[in-house]
Design a protein around this ligand. Structure first.
Ligand SMILES: Nc1ncnc2c1ncn2[C@@H]1O[C@H](COP(=O)(O)OP(=O)(O)OP(=O)(O)O)[C@@H](O)[C@H]1O
Length: 323
């Protein structure tokens, strides 16, 4: 869908993209990086709106340096900032955008109604957009990117300014753009965590450089860390502490850090499993102490953890760089 080779963009005072080589296939791909990492610059180059300083980029097999108009016919774009005329309704605006993309009047009206329904705008679509909430405006911006039935959409920070519920709704909509319509998506965000559930593939950039590009599954692969939570008992009013001592005595490697458990149970012990036998040791220790086992589960990585220094490198987990 998108391929770049040593792509660079230099402004007089800053290198926004630094020799970025990427190969992005169909599906939903997240482009994540802190503010100023180069995400919007990348999108503008991919749309053929801004020339690269060096390197090459292709979108749907078309060369961004000379096929800009053909790319924009086949690709939808949702810009980051508020760009909607306040005195026009969503229907009028999206019909206009559909007409600009070359759809005849009847098809433009039909596609507009379908697309606005898909993004969850109903009666409000006839009201002027100046009175819309941020969530409604983001939905209109998404609709205008989809109305001409593109093969690919580039969405620049579509969850910006949304509350957690609005964010979840928008991420669900984005996922369905691919699953329901087969339109591939490149979505940017400065929040690593939110892309985990939405994207098949994640590209992380920092200061215009590629930090990592992998499938979400590779990012979130299971770890050898096991979380164990137990109840307390009359004999052991602090069940977690008793289990910690028993497991340490049995030679199990325990993390110093514990996590909050469920109300009524103790903390969550984190330990390293060396094989099936570790599970047997935990089960036997819990039974010997007469505790109740609330849960024992293998941990998965969260994408954000991949970019935190480990406990050995720092006293405590640090904030994710790309926040
Ligand atoms: N037209 C421009 N002239 C000069 N510098 C620019 C221009 N556009 C972007 N930059 C700089 O290039 C760098 C990357 O900007 P870009 O907007 O691509 O980042 P971003 O990852 O999209 O961040 P944000 O989410 O804050 O927009 C920043 O340092 C920015 O100041």
């Amino acid at each position: 869908m998108i391929a770049t080779e040593s792509l660079s963009k230099r402004f007089p005072r800053v290198t926004a993209l630094d020799r970025l080589s990427l190969d992005i296939g169909p599906g939903v791909t997240g482009l994540v990086g802190a503010n100023g990492a180069g995400k919007s610059t990348m999108i503008k180059i991919l749309l053929g709106l801004s020339p690269a300083s060096e390197g090459r980029a292709e979108v749907l097999g078309l060369d961004v340096s000379k096929d800009g108009p053909a790319i924009r016919e086949r690709v939808g774009y949702m810009p980051e900032h508020d760009c909607l005329p306040p005195d026009v309704s969503a229907t009028e605006f999206v019909v206009h955008m559909a007409r600009m993309s070359g759809l005849p009047p009847a098809a433009a009206r039909e596609r507009t109604a379908d697309t606005l329904r898909h993004v969850g705008l109903y009666e409000e679509r006839y009201r002027p957009m100046g009175g819309y909430s941020t969530g409604m405006k983001q939905r209109v911006k998404l609709a205008q990117a989809l109305v001409h039935d593109p093969q690919l959409v580039l969405l620049d920070e579509p969850t910006n300014g949304l509350d957690p519920v609005g964010r979840d709704d928008m991420l669900g909509l984005i996922r369905r753009v691919w699953t329901d319509f087969g339109i591939s998506v490149l979505v940017t965000s400065h929040l690593l965590g939110e892309l985990e559930r939405t994207c098949d593939h994640v590209v992380v950039i920092d200061g215009g450089r590629l930090l990592r590009s992998s499938s979400t599954r590779d990012f979130t692969q299971t770890t050898t860390t096991v979380a164990v939570e137990v109840t307390d008992s009359d004999a052991h009013p602090d069940g977690t502490a008793a289990l910690r001592a028993a497991l340490a005595a049995a030679g199990v490697a325990l993390h110093a850090r514990e996590e909050e458990g469920l109300p009524g149970a103790g903390h969550v012990l984190l330990l390293e499993a060396t094989g099936e036998e570790t599970y047997d040791i935990v089960r036997d220790a819990v039974a010997d102490l007469g505790l109740g086992l609330v849960r024992m589960e293998q941990r998965r990585h969260h994408i954000a953890e991949v970019f935190r220094p480990g406990p050995a490198e720092a006293g405590q987990p640090l904030e994710v760089r790309a926040r």
